[in-house]
Structures are given as C-alpha cells and as structure tokens.
Design a protein around this ligand. Structure first.
Ligand SMILES: [Zn+2]
Ligand SMILES: [Zn+2]
Ligand SMILES: [Zn+2]
Ligand SMILES: [Zn+2]
Length: 156
C-alpha cells in the first residue's frame, strides 16, 4: 500500500522516578515532569511537542504528528500545506489539498464530480444524496435501486 502521509504515532509515557531524566528534543532541557511524550524516537515535554504552524499541543490532538521538511505539524496543517486530500471517489484522480472538496462518509469528491453517478444531477447544499456501493446517488435513483434489489416492494 502506498503511504501518502508522513504520520507518526505519539506515545505518552510516565517517567519512572529512578531513571535518569531524558532530554527534550524540543527545548533541550531535561524532562522532569511525570509524563513525557515519545515521538520520532525522541522524547519531548508535553508542552514542547507542538505544531509548527498553529502551536497546538500534539500530544492532545489525537496522538499523531506529521512531519515534512523538518517541520512537525498537526494533521490539519500538514494537509493544508503539503497534503493531497485524497483521490476523488468518482473520477479516481488526485485532489490537491487546496481544492474545495465534497465529502460523503470517508469519500472525497471534486466539487465537479459530486453528482448523482447515474443521472448526473448535481446536488445543492441541503439536497439529499445517498451512498450505495460507493456510488453517489440522488434520491430518485437510490430508491429505484432499492426496488430493483428487491428491498422494497415492486411497484411497477
Ligand atoms: Zn522541552
Ligand atoms: Zn497545527
Ligand atoms: Zn473527481
Ligand atoms: Zn440520479
């Protein structure tokens, strides 16, 4: 599987009182707190493992950090700066990070691709859409599909 993101896990460890304090990779001071973070094979103060962009403490955000070009970033900033959003679930082409996307469950779509994949009807904000076998469907096509599958009584 192709790894798209440079993401690394963060562990929170409790410091054993009888061990020598570890040096923090962020501020180079000794870590004398009760807890320290381990990430990228280095040790960090909880306060020192921060996103280079928004300064959020990465130990709290979700225990994953992203690196690129020697920057340590939270997921949001990483994606904003370097990421690709993913592949459009409709046309399978890459979506660059800066582009506006539509999301449905785990899928992302180009704005232009977010349409019923049977009748090509575009959706407006507030319109109902359905996901079936990973296809976006308008309500009409979705309900028709249900009938064909025999989940609903045949009406024709
Ligand atoms: Zn530190
Ligand atoms: Zn950030
Ligand atoms: Zn697309
Ligand atoms: Zn449709």
């Amino acid at each position: 599987m192709q790894k798209r993101e440079q993401s690394f896990g963060i562990q929170m460890l409790s410091v054993q009182p009888d061990t020598k304090p570890k040096g923090c990779a962020g501020c180079n001071r000794k870590i004398k707190d009760r807890y320290l973070l381990k990430a990228l094979d280095k040790y960090w103060h909880e306060d020192c493992l921060k996103c280079a962009c928004c300064d959020c403490r990465l130990g709290e955000v979700g225990s994953t950090l992203y690196t690129k070009a020697n920057l340590i970033l939270c997921r949001r900033d990483y994606l904003r700066l370097f990421g690709v959003t993913g592949n459009c679930a409709a046309c399978s082409k890459l979506i660059p990070a800066f582009e506006m996307v539509m999301r449905a469950k785990d899928n992302v779509y180009h704005l232009d691709c977010f349409a019923c994949q049977l009748c090509n009807q575009r959706f407006c904000v507030g319109d109902k859409f359905f996901l079936k076998n990973n296809m976006i469907l308008c309500q009409t096509d979705y309900e028709e599909g249900l009938m064909k599958d025999g989940y609903a009584p045949q009406v024709r």
